[in-house]
Design a protein around this ligand. Structure first.
Ligand SMILES: Cc1ncc(COP(=O)(O)O)c(C=O)c1O
Length: 402
């Protein structure tokens, strides 16, 4: 008998975003140019101050750093949060290998095996994996395009709580919907968490990418002082500074016990990336115009993609308020089939487009089958071309089984 795998390993979901990758590889091998609207890899350059620092990096030894992060980098993060009106001590910040490890450690610290975490769907698919790695599971609360993907009334969220619920997780601004929750929406979820003694985990890795900020914009849930003892924020430089490969994120919370638990988890894995932190330190000193331009770039692409989609018969979307994604409803019954077909059977002038079938962003089976997620991570011109290709593909798509 061969050695067997754990239940955990066997039940981890395959990445919905990456499942079409082999088909894209084959399409490229045939010489087809694939426009990638499927994955959240930003194309905006990292700040030049970071690239310069990378060239000037002259350590003779790449050593471990403190497991909770380089103190000087933690200080930079404290200054960054102070600018949002949030005063933090150094031990309220734990630096991690990306937002991914921040999420994993947070869920490991708050979920026991069998526990549940409530998340509005559609949601970033890896939440399911992280919850399962922590021994727990996701209970989805469905949000819909017809309701602008906004949070459902609190009573509907409350109805989904069970004795095993330990936390509610929000992504603000949201991947994959681009929805930006208002201060009052987040406050009402925080109040619900207080009522039922739950953690409120808020993934804010797209914090700055809000296209029409207003008085109701809450840049960080850490500003909800009344709920300071239950709010846990997940953060990262991956999207903010287009530094996905630096692998630097952090968890921020005012809850002492949680931060102690995170430190024990961090001690066990020894160190977040030393080089990544050395570079991330500089990113926060990039000129303000860096983020302003990035937001403007994503906003212009959002406008273009939204307008182009509106011209496609049978397609619709909700105008994303932030991040760089949009869920698009398409006149197809099986977006996984359509997404595959785009790569295997469709091309115009040697080009096609790759999308992320939205089913993978829902925990409820069947939802998202007529939706795809589009990411605005290519320039306006190729984006325009990609949207034209999508329109043309939908015109000629024969449907499944043909
Ligand atoms: C909502 C959200 N959270 C967290 C992450 C993790 O990013 P990283 O580990 O690169 O910080 C991503 C990456 O796409 C994301 O979209």
């Amino acid at each position: 008998m061969p050695a067997s795998l754990s239940q955990r390993a066997r039940h981890l979901p395959a990445s919905a975003i990456r499942r079409l990758v082999p088909l894209a590889v084959e399409a490229k091998a045939r010489g087809v140019h694939v426009h990638h609207l499927n994955i959240g890899q930003p194309d905006v350059w990292s700040p030049s101050i970071v690239i310069d620092a990378m060239h000037d990096y002259d350590e003779r030894l790449i050593a471990y750093t403190m497991s909770r992060g380089v103190p000087a980098y933690v200080d930079v993060l404290r200054e960054y949060y102070a600018a949002y009106g949030v005063a933090l001590t150094a031990d309220q910040i734990n630096v991690t290998s990306g937002g991914s490890e921040a999420l994993l450690f947070t869920l490991m610290a708050v979920l026991d095996p069998g526990d549940e975490i409530l998340i509005p769907e559609p949601y970033y698919t890896n939440y399911t994996s992280f919850a399962q790695m922590a021994g727990g599971s996701v209970v989805p609360v469905t949000t819909t395009m017809d309701e602008g993907f906004r949070l459902p009334p609190v009573a509907r969220i409350e109805a989904a709580l069970t004795p095993k619920t330990r936390a509610i997780l929000l992504c603000n601004p949201s991947n994959p919907t681009g929805v930006v929750y208002t201060r009052s929406e987040i406050e009402s979820v925080a109040a619900l968490c207080a009522k039922h003694d739950l953690w409120l985990v808020v993934d804010e890795v797209y914090r700055e990418f809000v296209f029409e900020p207003g008085p109701e914009t809450l840049r960080t849930a850490l500003a909800l002082e009344a709920y300071a003892d239950r709010v846990v924020v997940v953060d990262s430089v991956s999207k903010r500074f287009s530094m996905c490969g630096a692998r630097v994120g952090c968890v921020v919370s005012r809850h002492e016990g949680l931060m102690r638990a995170l430190l024990r988890l961090s001690d066990a894995r020894l160190s977040p990336p030393a080089v990544g932190q050395a570079l991330a330190m500089h990113a926060y000193h990039a000129p303000e115009s860096y983020l302003e331009q990035a937001v403007e770039t994503y906003r212009a692409r959002r406008d273009l993609a939204f307008a182009k989609l509106a011209d496609i018969p049978g397609a619709r979307a909700v105008l994303p308020g932030g991040a760089f994604y949009m869920i698009a409803k398409l006149p197809v019954a099986d977006s996984l089939h359509f997404g595959s077909w785009l790569l295997t059977d469709f091309a115009r002038d040697g080009e096609t487009v790759m999308v992320a079938p939205a089913g993978g962003f829902y925990a409820t089976p069947g939802l998202g089958d007529d939706e795809v997620r589009l990411a605005f991570v290519i320039d306006l011109e190729p984006l325009s071309r990609a949207m034209d290709l999508l329109a043309e593909a939908l015109r000629v798509y024969p449907g499944p089984g043909k």
